[in-house]
Design a binder for this molecule. Structure first.
Ligand SMILES: [Zn+2]
Length: 68
């Protein structure tokens, strides 16, 4: 039995994830500024974070509308 997690990302979400991780890395490494996300990026990254949290078995927010 594997403990791996598999997620499928649309291209826009994958681009957002790449950009965010890259900027955070540059910020940590050298203090580079982090670009504020657009509302669309916030929406996509929020959905990604929620889905990842579900797959990791994290406790959801009381506002979460997922079905157990
Ligand atoms: Zn949930």
């Amino acid at each position: 039995m594997t403990d791996d997690i598999t997620m499928r990302l649309d291209r826009a979400t994958a681009e957002d994830l790449y950009g965010t991780l890259y900027e955070v890395g540059e910020h940590i490494a050298g203090g580079a500024p982090i670009t504020p996300p657009t509302p669309e990026e916030v929406e996509r990254l929020g959905n990604l974070l929620q889905e990842l949290g579900h797959r990791l078995g994290r406790t959801c927010s009381p506002l979460c509308d997922h079905i157990v």
